[in-house]
Design a protein around this ligand. Structure first.
Ligand code: NCD
Ligand code: ZN
Length: 337
């Protein structure tokens, strides 16, 4: 039976959230970007130590570029107390750095130097607003930060929804700051981004959250990431958001490779500050980034979650890949079908 996307040619995708690591892992992963149908990546800064200076980011970029000369690498800094308004300006002046990523302290892989209190960064956000640097938010509230619920009410299932008032208040305070709510996993996050009409607030959606739900990671560490995949109703909201004509959402795979022993909780290893006995958070999808999205959309159409015309509408897929025209790339199927 013909499948929805058989024969489809698409422009090469941009992937706005990737973890390319360092050392041997970086050397293994970086060359796989193009096999995922991607030619532009926005690179996360949560190395060990995190990338907190423009010089580190520029140096990291040159290492990545040597491994994948045809890929465009958009670099980011790690939001950290050492970042000041003058560093923001210096970062902008490099031309290589496009944003700053905020990790709430302790919620995910390599986030131990992350943000505890957003208010102390207001001068930094003001400088970013002026310079046009993007604020990339890992949108999960750590258990100890809950303003509305008792601390022990925050879990991996509601941490994203509990973070959403912070997103709204940052946007209210800095309306010209470009904010990306990274790796949305809930209907609540989709609704919040859609409810903010300003084009300055958008969201990324990963490839894997278009297909995984909570049952897929409960008991399977390879499917465990932060934020965790949620309920079937959340997955439906993400699928609809990916093809939403308002185009507030685009692909950021959050491809996050870990050594197998870290995924199995057997040891904390270089590039990963998870403690021994805990499964490292992160799902690796880089070589199949675009293909996984197409598979998920195709399945959603076959199940009646999306209509064929939702997916085929002119510019929808290109919009999700953040592309209009440009070079084309034909993706190999994950399953080879
Ligand atoms: C990411 C990683 O492994 O660096 N892990 C993850 O589960 N997504 C960090 C992150 O983006 O949260
Ligand atoms: Zn990530």
């Amino acid at each position: 039976m013909p499948r929805l996307f058989d024969g489809l040619e698409l422009p090469a995708s941009a992937d706005f959230h990737v973890h390319l690591r360092q050392g041997a892992m970086m050397e293994t992963v970086t060359p796989t970007i193009t096999s995922g149908g991607v030619d532009t990546v926005y690179v996360m800064p949560n190395l060990i130590p995190p990338i907190t200076t423009p010089a580190q980011a520029v140096e990291y970029k040159s290492r990545l570029q040597a491994l994948a000369p045809d890929v465009t690498f958009l670099m980011s800094l790690y939001l950290h107390p050492s970042i000041t308004p003058s560093i923001v300006r210096e970062a902008k002046a490099t031309g290589a750095i496009h944003g700053i990523k905020s990790y709430p302290a302790g919620v995910t892989t390599n986030s131990s130097s992350g943000v505890v209190d957003y208010e102390s960064f207001y001068p930094v956000f003001a400088a970013m607003e002026e310079e046009g640097l993007v604020l990339n938010l890992h949108g999960e509230l750590p258990p100890s930060q809950s303003p509305s619920a008792p601390e022990d009410q925050i879990t991996v299932l509601n941490a994203e929804a509990a973070f959403l008032p912070t997103l709204r208040s940052l946007h209210t305070r800095f309306p010209n700051l470009r904010i990306v709510l990274e790796h949305c996993t809930t209907k609540a996050a989709v609704d919040m981004v859609l409810s903010i009409s300003s084009p300055n607030v958008v969201g990324t959606i990963t490839a894997h959250h278009l297909s995984l739900i909570v049952d897929d990671w409960a008991g399977d560490p390879l499917n465990f990431c932060k934020p965790v995949a949620k309920l079937p109703s959340d997955r439906i909201a993400l699928l609809r958001a990916a093809v939403d004509p308002r185009r507030k959402f685009f692909l950021g795979t959050d491809s996050a490779p870990h050594p197998l022993r870290s995924k199995q909780g057997r040891s904390g290893t270089a590039g990963n500050d998870n403690s021994c006995g805990k499964c490292a958070a992160g799902v690796f999808t880089q070589p199949y980034a675009t293909q996984l999205v197409l598979e998920a959309l195709e399945e959603a159409v076959s199940k009646g979650i999306l209509r064929e015309e939702d997916v085929r509408r002119e510019g929808v897929l290109e919009g999700f890949w953040a592309r209009r025209g440009g070079g084309s790339m034909v993706c190999r199927r994950v399953s080879g079908g």
